[in-house]
Design a protein around this ligand. Structure first.
Ligand code: ZN
Ligand code: ZN
Length: 176
């Protein structure tokens, strides 16, 4: 029996990041036997929880254990609903340090992955990505060329996001 994993509107492909492991579990939230186990972080006072993807997607795990999945800062311009969905119904994005979760069109963006795995001129030269690279360069006192060079080498990480409304790209700095 293979179950189709739920979709996460704010996390494009958690399977690629090994957020879920295929193994038999009994979920702490729904009590059901499942074939997928969540491997990521869950911030809750309860420990040793075993959580299935479905209880993340429908908010059950977050509600039952009063927990959240992200360690991130959010834009004030992102809708409260989208911030709540990222914090309570989206698997944790495995970053080295807390990141700034970008928004666009008034909503939190969807996490795509490490830019290194999605390297393309279309993305990097887009106006929104260029604006983020300039802001990151200013923040880190580096040049935009240096930012891209370091990101390519994996000396710093640029997390790639995409607008859920218009599809434009945004980048967030994740320092090792
Ligand atoms: Zn469950
Ligand atoms: Zn947009």
């Amino acid at each position: 029996m293979s179950e189709t994993l739920p979709q996460f509107p704010y996390y494009a492909d958690p399977i690629v990041d090994a957020v879920f492991e295929q193994t038999s579990i009994v979920c702490s939230a729904c009590g059901k036997q499942r074939e997928w186990k969540y491997q990521g972080v869950f911030y809750s006072v309860d420990e040793d929880l075993i959580i299935c993807p479905w209880c993340i997607a429908d908010g059950h795990a977050s509600a039952k254990f009063d927990g959240e999945f992200q360690e991130a800062d959010f834009a004030k311009t992102a809708s409260r609903e989208s911030v709540l969905a990222v914090r309570t119904r989206t698997p944790s994005v495995g970053t080295w340090n807390p990141i700034f979760w970008p928004d666009h069109c008034g909503e939190c963006c969807q996490y795509i992955g490490d830019l290194r795995n999605h390297w393309s001129a279309e993305i990097i030269e887009s106006a929104t990505a260029q604006a983020d690279i300039r802001a990151i360069a200013e923040l880190t006192r580096m040049t935009t060329d240096e930012i891209l060079e370091w990101a390519k080498r994996g000396a710093i990480y640029l997390r790639l996001f995409k607008c859920v409304e218009c599809g434009k790209y945004r980048l967030a700095l994740d320092l090792d």
